[in-house]
Design a protein around this ligand. Sequence first.
Ligand SMILES: Cc1cc2nc3c(=O)[nH]c(=O)nc-3n(C[C@H](O)[C@H](O)[C@H](O)COP(=O)(O)OP(=O)(O)OC[C@H]3O[C@@H](n4cnc5c(N)ncnc54)[C@H](O)[C@@H]3O)c2cc1C
Length: 384
Amino acid sequence: MIDEARRLAPRFAARAAAHDRDGTFPADDFADLRDAGFFGLMAPKRLGGAGAGFADYAAIAYELARGNGATALIFNMHASVTGALSGVTDELAEALGLPAEALRARDDYLRAAAAGAWYAVAMSERGVGSRLSQMSTRYRPVDGGYRIEGAKTFCSGAGNADAYLVAARSAEEPEKVSQFLVPAGEGLRVEPTWDALGMRATASHDLHVDVTVPAGALLGGVEGLALVVAQLAPHWMVASYAAVYVGVARASVDAAIEHVNERKLAHLPAIRARIGRADAAVAAAHLAVMEAARRVDEAPGDAATNRWVWRAKLLAGTTAAEVAASMLEAAGTSAMRRGHPLERLYRDARAGSLQPATSDVCADWLGVDALGGDPDAEGFAPRW
Ligand SMILES: Cc1cc2nc3c(=O)[nH]c(=O)nc-3n(C[C@H](O)[C@H](O)[C@H](O)COP(=O)(O)OP(=O)(O)OC[C@H]3O[C@@H](n4cnc5c(N)ncnc54)[C@H](O)[C@@H]3O)c2cc1C
């Protein structure tokens, strides 16, 4: 599927400027992803999927992002949902005491993904970001299921997904935060609010939720699992975007090389040095991302693995922003015109450090850890 991702990337790149200009969801890219079987990437083979691991995902996300970072970022949300669901092995389910119906629901969602359904993430809220512990969207049990009410923001691909992972707090027991897979349709309303500096084609609009879902929509089948999952599998929450932003950084270097060659500027020492530094920085960030991903597959949840996960997100976010800025400067003012790939990549790359865990939060986590503290508990604000 890496070859497939490489085949699709130039198609995405050719469409990227128009989607960025108009802030439109890249429906044509998603049709390509569906046709090539990418929605089943993280689903196990026994359910019709490709059975990919986290390192496979990271390698593919990097390639897709070289075509269009926004497409890769929306796809990341789907990969996070399906990857986290696939990560709930029967052994883990037993350890967490999950009911058999929850495992059947897990299989149904993954089978549907392998057949072409895709899922978005509606976790973030205005004023709260993605901090699960602060969610204001509420749910309460009703006959045969749950009623969920609230408002979400920054929902990539809103209005285009087949279902949405919605995080909500129990109205009856507020310490419990749970996640639901809510099918698209009645009870969900998209408010088109996304007109952002970068990653414009993610169409990350607001989503208003006022819906009743069946009991099987509660992921895990047990209330209050959201924070447990965030700490058990931080790679999907923290570092899955990392590969996307390293792909955006690499695309910036490629675009700068093309630009300076076309304009016959490649003999200038300052430009060569900028491209040389950028190449090395992107290669280093890529190695860190792949090292984190390898460890996630081999030793998930280990202290050393988690350290690499936070390092990877920090390095990817800062490298993307710095490299894209330097490549724009190397290319000159003509690359700043609207519609030039470097102008878009500069703005898209800027979002990397802002996406949670933000670069500042990653640095804080790593600093607390390096100084011998407990980085999950001792931050200056709740991590989740
Ligand atoms: C392109 C893009 C696509 C997105 N797509 C989705 C999506 O599909 N679904 C979804 O649910 N969300 C999505 N998000 C939202 C994202 O997950 C975050 O919720 C959002 O970016 C956080 O918003 P914020 O920066 O306004 O708030 P905050 O997280 O509150 O951050 C504000 C500031 O506070 C700092 N800060 C926050 N927490 C801490 C801490 N513990 N320690 C130290 N400093 C801290 C941050 O570094 C930052 O400087 C997307 C965001 C972007 C940029």
